[in-house]
Write a protein that binds this ligand. Structure first.
Ligand SMILES: Cc1cc2nc3c(=O)[nH]c(=O)nc-3n(C[C@H](O)[C@H](O)[C@H](O)COP(=O)(O)OP(=O)(O)OC[C@H]3O[C@@H](n4cnc5c(N)ncnc54)[C@H](O)[C@@H]3O)c2cc1C
Length: 445
């Protein structure tokens, strides 16, 4: 029986702990500085907006951990002795281990802007960030958010829900255009403005100004002076590896791990946002700071620690998010710039708040990805089409199967079929009604 110490109780650490408990009788201890209990980081915004209480963010009853013999401790680990196998905490507490799992997560990027350490300047990542933003909110007449991504837009929506005017500075020419293809990025920019957010494109932060230690304005690279009482820094995240930097553990941007999530030190592993894979699967990235990857890494590592050796195989890329009222889903390969040998079919509804994009390889007509705004597709159906290399024609003929709950939602299939016709001059005859039975049969086949 091993004693496994997990540092970090986010989705990666918790998934590892839960699966390790299912598979073994190991002693499991999980320590985290942010909170004693696991919570859903992706739902932090809903607490601020009053849609959820803090306890609603905790997916497990608090009794779950003791019942499952997972020992929880809140505290900051300051250093690790890998030879003696001891972690040292800030209150002089020590934790011994046989095996160590580093699940340290991310931290908000900062770029050394003048004034970035003033009162009223914060990232939005942790429970403490949320508490800080809450505490400042009564005195904010305008908030400026720096950086356009998934976290920036959440912060904008949070302030908007409290009628706090928001300016967002985005370096690119459309919102999140480093990830979204041009039409979708333009759609989101428009939608943000429709929600009364002052979105500044092609605009960068130059400096943050303050008075008596408190932020009172920012200056853009166009020398515009924007008065504000809060600056949200949401220019991406990076692996939070402060704890292990400068030690004998190999790091680059993140903690380097092989496909078994093993670091260069025996019995020391890294998972989730802080891990950087040295052997990257096709179409995936070495560091993926997303929920689903953390969960899968946690499960994979637990299998390895239980003796069922398994390499980390993230499979087909999937992500989902929300830009105010527009839901976003992506399956498979959808680059921001679609160039040969890839091409795409794109449909957008006349109101400009829904779209479907199918990306395919022109050389063999195989589907490679789906990008959806305001329309929900069935995850399993899209995955199956991509994994079995279905042709774009085959996918389009059965596209109704992809629509989530077509019996209750409008059917947009004619729009995307028409877009294909406009592009290629070829008509596709629909071959499936999209009824649930047909979908289930397809998934079983
Ligand atoms: C506002 C927001 C919205 C998001 N929305 C989405 C989304 O819609 N979809 C999506 O896929 N992803 C989303 N993400 C990203 C996703 O939440 C993260 O990828 C995921 O939570 C990372 O999980 P993790 O277990 O790797 O790390 P974390 O959840 O960051 O957990 C790491 C923990 O380790 C602790 N820790 C670090 N160092 C130490 C130390 N020295 N001692 C003790 N404890 C330590 C940290 O305090 C932290 O609690 C969002 C993130 C944020 C911030």
């Amino acid at each position: 029986m091993y004693k496994t110490l997990i540092i970090g109780n986010g989705i990666a650490g918790v998934s590892c702990a839960r699966w390790l408990r299912k598979n073994t009788d190991d002693e499991i201890q999980m320590v985290s500085q942010e909170s004693e209990y696991f919570f859903s980081r992706t739902a932090l915004m809903y607490v601020y907006m009053g849609h959820m209480r803090w306890q609603d963010l905790e997916p497990y009853e608090r009794s779950f951990w003791a019942k499952n013999k997972i020992d929880l401790l809140q505290g900051k680990v300051l250093s690790i002795d890998y030879e003696l196998k001891i972690a040292y905490l800030e209150n002089e507490k020590t934790l011994a281990f046989d095996r160590l799992v580093l699940a340290l997560g991310s931290k908000s990027n900062k770029f050394g802007w003048p004034g970035e350490d003033l009162e009223g300047v914060s990232g939005f990542y942790s429970k403490q960030d949320l508490e800080y933003i809450e505490q400042k909110s009564n005195n904010i007449k305008r908030a400026v958010i720096v950086g356009g991504g998934l976290i920036g837009i959440e912060l904008a929506e949070m302030f908007h829900s409290r009628k706090i005017p928001v300016t967002i500075l985005v370096r690119e020419s459309e919102y999140w255009s480093s990830v979204l293809p041009p039409e979708e990025a333009a759609m989101i920019s428009k939608h943000i403005r429709k929600n009364e957010i002052d979105l500044r494109l092609n605009c960068q932060l130059q400096s943050i100004l303050g008075d008596q230690g408190q932020v009172n304005a920012i200056v853009t690279d166009q020398q515009e002076h924007i008065p504000c009482e809060f600056v949200g820094i949401t220019a991406g995240v990076r692996p939070n590896i402060d704890l292990v930097k400068g030690s004998q553990l190999s790091t680059d941007k993140g903690i380097l791990v092989d496909e078994y999530l093993q670091t260069n030190i025996p019995n020391v592993y890294a998972i989730g946002d802080c891990a950087q894979l040295t052997n990257v699967s096709k179409g995936r990235k070495a560091i993926e700071a997303i929920w689903y990857s953390g969960r899968q890494m946690g499960e994979t590592l637990a299998a390895n620690l239980s003796g069922n050796t398994k390499s980390y195989n993230p499979g087909i890329w999937f992500n989902s998010a929300k830009f105010f009222d527009i839901e976003y889903q992506v399956y498979g390969y959808v680059p921001s710039k679609i160039v040969a040998p890839f091409d795409s079919i794109y449909w957008e509804d006349p109101a400009g708040e829904k779209s479907i994009r199918l990306v395919y390889d022109l050389s063999n007509h195989q589907i490679s990805g789906f990008n959806l705004m305001g329309v929900r597709f069935r995850h399993e159906v899209c995955e199956k089409w991509i994994s079995q290399n279905s042709s774009i024609q085959e996918v389009l003929a059965k596209i109704r199967m992809a629509f989530f709950d077509p019996e209750f939602y409008p059917d947009y299939s004619s729009g995307i079929l028409d877009a294909y016709f406009q592009k290629t001059g070829k008509k596709i005859i629909p071959k499936s009604s999209g009824k649930l039975n047909a979908v289930l049969n397809f998934l079983k086949s």
